[in-house]
Design a binder for this molecule. Structure first.
Ligand code: NAD
Ligand code: UGA
Length: 398
């Protein structure tokens, strides 16, 4: 079926190279491209676990998807990356180390992954005259001025000051010994490089700054489909603890604020960016839902409410516990205090505006997690029970 863009032009099928396309955002974007459009996806990633359903032979989109297991960091002389970019119409770079638990514990890897590894992608886009959509982050805004003002200062309540705007808001990071900011700095450096390259070499580009997109397949549950000792992002941390009936940990009291956006609505925005280059080129877009701004404590309380509702258990069974960031993440952690996106630009250029409220999003996420993980959690509980029963029996007989 023919499809048209916002200017009434017929959309031609594109070959899209998605670097890091096997991750959370990539998997949802590839689903959209394969199920709903005629575009072809060339996916580069170190893992295909989250897109294995898209790679099954004999599916009706099978001729339109390729997976290349490549670690772009180890791709000597870019021998695999370069020809795949050359063979595409559009390049989307999603590859990154992007978990806060890594920023202060693996600062060098974080810096390199988010800046050095992205440089050849930008350069090949210039060399082969390919359009680039680069995934940056809302973390480039860092902290707000409110985090440096006294708590009772009058400016704390001027909400207009805290709405993050692509071209007006300052980017305020913490001090150099707070290695949390390695990610934000590296992301900012690449944004600046893309801008500089475009001014000198007419690179066609769009920069996307996602604000806490959440949904199914985000990260992993510790000890089930990811390492027990690793720390995923907050949705997966809280989900894992709810599934196991453990308290949700509020870092430094859970006072930081985030605006959460449902992944599938965000992907609608990305598709508009892909298919409307005349409106999207040369721009930075915040992509997030300002209506879903909550403190992390409020997020935990809402997740408890929704989970209790879904599993028909009393909410009083689930609790929260305060932990210091030093204990949870180690030294060098710091935090963005507030992150509320101004989405005027993407709304004006592409008509995108998300509508889904946080409670609905959390219900979708938790329903999915229960389906996905219930048997693994049950097995874990059964073996723990066996272990404890055995232990009691053993101690009883001592
Ligand atoms: P993700 O970790 O699920 O996806 C990133 C993918 O990149 C992973 O599959 C990973 O295996 C791959 N990758 C990393 N290094 C690689 C390498 N050297 N070679 C090949 N593949 C590599 O993360 P995500 O949430 O899907 O995020 C995608 C992008 O969007 C990242 O750049 C991230 O910084 C940015 N972002 C995401 C969010 C969000 O809300 N999820 C917010 C802000 C920014
Ligand atoms: C994330 C990551 O930096 C990136 O993946 C991405 O660029 C961006 O934000 C995004 O998703 O938009 P952040 O929002 O700080 O950063 O990541 P989370 O790990 O999801 O943490 C959110 C908040 O929850 C932080 O204040 C953190 O301290 C807190 N938290 C996290 C808890 O209180 N408890 C937990 O168990 C986990």
């Amino acid at each position: 079926m023919e499809r048209f863009n916002l200017d009434g032009e017929k959309i031609k099928p594109l070959t899209i190279c998605l670097i890091g396309g096997g991750g959370f955002i990539g998997s949802h974007l590839c689903e959209k491209l394969l199920y709903k459009t005629q575009h072809t996806a060339i996916i580069i990633d170190v893992s295909s676990t989250k897109i294995k359903h898209l790679l099954r032979p004999y599916s009706c989109w099978f001729g339109r998807v390729q997976f290349h297991e490549i670690n772009v960091k180890r791709d000597t002389l870019h021998q695999h990356l370069e020809p795949l970019i050359a063979a595409s119409d559009l390049v989307i770079n999603l590859a990154a180390i992007r978990t806060p638990a890594n920023y202060n514990t693996r600062p060098l890897d974080t810096i390199k992954s988010n800046s050095v590894d992205a440089i050849p992608v930008v350069e090949f886009c210039i060399k082969y005259k390919k359009r680039l959509i680069h995934f940056s982050s809302c973390e480039v805004y860092g902290k707000t001025i409110g985090s440096f003002l006294p708590k009772d200062h009058a400016l704390q309540n001027v909400s207009e000051l805290y709405l993050l705007k692509e071209y007006d808001s300052p980017c305020i990071f913490g001090s150099i010994d707070k290695q949390r900011w390695t990610y934000a700095c590296a992301k900012q450096m690449i944004e600046r490089l893309i801008y500089a390259q475009s001014a000198l070499h007419s690179l066609e580009f769009t920069i996307v700054r996602p604000f806490n997109w959440i949904g199914p397949r985000m990260d992993f549950i510790r000890g089930i489909d990811g390492p027990r000792e690793a720390v995923p992002r907050v949705l997966a941390c809280f989900t894992g603890n709810l599934l196991r009936g453990k308290p949700l940990k509020l870092v430094d009291g859970g006072q930081s604020q985030r605006s959460f956006c449902y992944i599938k609505e965000a992907i609608e925005g990305v598709l508009l960016i892909i298919e409307n280059p005349a409106r999207a080129n040369g721009k930075i877009f915040n992509v997030g839902n300002p209506e879903n701004d909550v403190t992390i404590k409020q997020l935990a309380e809402l997740m408890i409410e929704v989970y209790a509702d879904v599993t028909k258990q009393p909410a009083s069974k689930f609790t929260t516990i305060d932990v210091s960031s030093n204990n949870f993440y180690g030294p060098g952690y710091d935090d963005s205090d507030k992150r509320i996106p101004d989405i005027t630009i993407i709304n004006r250029e592409l008509g995108w505006k998300p509508a889904m409220r946080l409670r609905t999003i959390l219900k979708l996420c938790l329903d999915h997690a229960i389906d996905e993980y219930k048997s693994a959690i049950k097995n874990e509980c059964d073996s723990l029970l066996e272990f404890h029963t055995g232990y009691e029996y053993f101690s009883g007989s001592e």
